[in-house]
Design a binder for this molecule. Structure first.
Ligand code: CP
Length: 306
C-alpha cells in the first residue's frame, strides 16, 4: 500500500513496491490516455531550494499528464525562506494546501525533516549528497525497459563516485537483486565511499574498482556516467584538476559491447562527448523520458489515485 507514504530514500520501498511502480509506469507508457484524469482535483507542490531541470519539470509534467495541478517555487529566494522561515513552517503551510510535495534541498536530511511536519506525502527530489530516490526509480525503469529486468547485470559507475548520490542510491537498489556486480571507475579522490563498499561486503555483492575506463568498458553491460559536481567541492583547484577525468567518446565506445547501454542522470558537462549521442547504445535521453513516466506512477500511487 503506497497511498500516503513518504519517499525519502530508495530503500523506503520494498522490491515488490518498486515492481508495482515500474509496472504501472509501463502501463502508462502503453496507454497514457487512460490515465489522463486520474489525478483530477489533486495538487502537487514542487519546492525546489536548489536548481533543477529534469526533476522539477518532469514532476510537473507528470502531474499535468495525470490531470492534476501544480504549484511551487524553483528558487527559495522567491519564498518566505528568504525572510528566515524554517523548513518545518514552510512544510506545515504548503502541505495544508496540496496532496503531495516534491522537494529538493541542498541539506542532507532535509526531506526527512520535511516528512515529519507534512500532512501529505513528501517525495525527496534530492537532499544534498544524500539521496535522490526518484532518479533511482528512473534508472531502474530504464534498465527494466532496455535490459529486460534487474538481475544479472555488470554495472560500471564512472566519474564522481564520492559525491554522486545517484550512484550510491542505484548501487544500493540494484544490490537487492540477484547476480548483479559493480565496477567503480574513478580517480582515487572521487572513489565510492567506504560505507557503500562495506554495505556490498555485508550483503555479499561482488565489486571491483578501476581508474581507467578503457580497461573495463568492455566488461560492463550498463555504463552509468556521472558529472564531477562543481557544487559539491570546497576547493575550486580540486574541481579543475578532476573535472575532465573521464570523457566518453566514439573511440572508447568501440571497446564496449554491442548491447551495452550508457546511462547518465544528467546534466552532463564534458563527460560524454556529443558525438556519442547518435550511438544506439546512448540511452540517457530515453532515461529522462522514463523519469517522467515513473514519476506519474509514483504520484498516482502516493495520492491514492490508483
Ligand atoms: N537528474 C537530475 O536530477 O537532473 P536535474 O538536476 O536537472 O533535476
Amino acid at each position: 500500500m503506497l497511498k500516503g507514504r513518504h519517499l525519502i530514500k530508495p530503500s523506503d520501498f520494498s522490491v515488490s513496491e518498486i515492481d508495482e511502480i515500474c509496472s504501472l509506469a509501463e502501463q502508462i507508457i502503453v496507454d497514457p490516455t487512460s490515465f489522463q484524469d486520474v489525478c483530477r482535483g489533486k495538487i502537487l507542490a514542487t519546492l525546489f531550494f536548489e536548481p533543477s531541470t529534469r526533476t522539477r519539470l518532469s514532476f510537473e509534467a507528470a502531474m499535468l499528464h495525470l490531470g492534476g495541478a501544480v504549484e511551487g517555487f524553483s528558487d527559495a529566494a522567491n519564498s518566505s525562506t528568504s525572510k528566515g522561515e524554517s523548513l518545518a513552517d514552510t512544510i506545515r503551510t504548503v502541505s495544508s494546501y496540496v496532496d503531495v510535495i516534491a522537494m529538493r534541498n541542498p541539506k542532507e536530511g532535509a526531506a526527512l525533516v520535511a516528512s515529519r511536519y507534512a500532512e501529505c506525502p513528501v517525495i525527496n527530489a534530492g537532499d544534498g549528497g544524500h539521496f535522490h530516490p526518484t532518479q533511482t526509480l528512473t534508472d531502474m525503469l530504464t534498465i527494466r525497459a532496455l535490459k529486460g529486468g534487474f538481475e544479472g547485470h555488470t554495472i560500471g559507475f564512472c566519474g564522481d563516485l564520492k559525491f554522486g548520490r545517484t550512484v550510491h542510491s542505484l548501487t544500493e537498489a540494484m544490490s537487492r537483486y540477484k547476480n548483479n556486480k559493480f565496477i567503480f571507475i574513478s580517480p582515487k579522490e572521487l572513489a565510492v565511499p567506504e560505507y557503500i563498499t562495506e554495505y556490498l561486503d555485508s550483503v555479499g555483492v561482488p565489486y571491483t574498482t578501476a581508474e581507467r575506463l578503457e580497461s573495463v568498458i568492455g566488461d560492463v553491460d550498463i555504463l552509468y556516467m556521472t558529472r564531477v559536481q562543481k557544487e559539491r567541492f570546497f576547493n575550486e583547484q580540486d574541481y579543475i584538476r578532476l573535472k575532465d577525468s573521464y570523457i566518453l567518446d566514439r573511440q572508447k565506445m568501440t571497446l564496449a559491447a554491442k548491447n551495452m547501454i550508457v546511462l547518465h542522470p544528467l546534466p552532463r558537462v564534458n563527460e560524454i562527448s556529443p558525438e556519442v549521442d547518435d550511438d544506439p547504445r546512448a540511452a540517457y535521453f530515453k532515461q529522462v523520458k522514463y523519469g517522467m513516466y515513473v514519476r506519474m506512477a509514483l504520484i498516482a500511487k502516493l495520492v491514492g489515485a490508483l
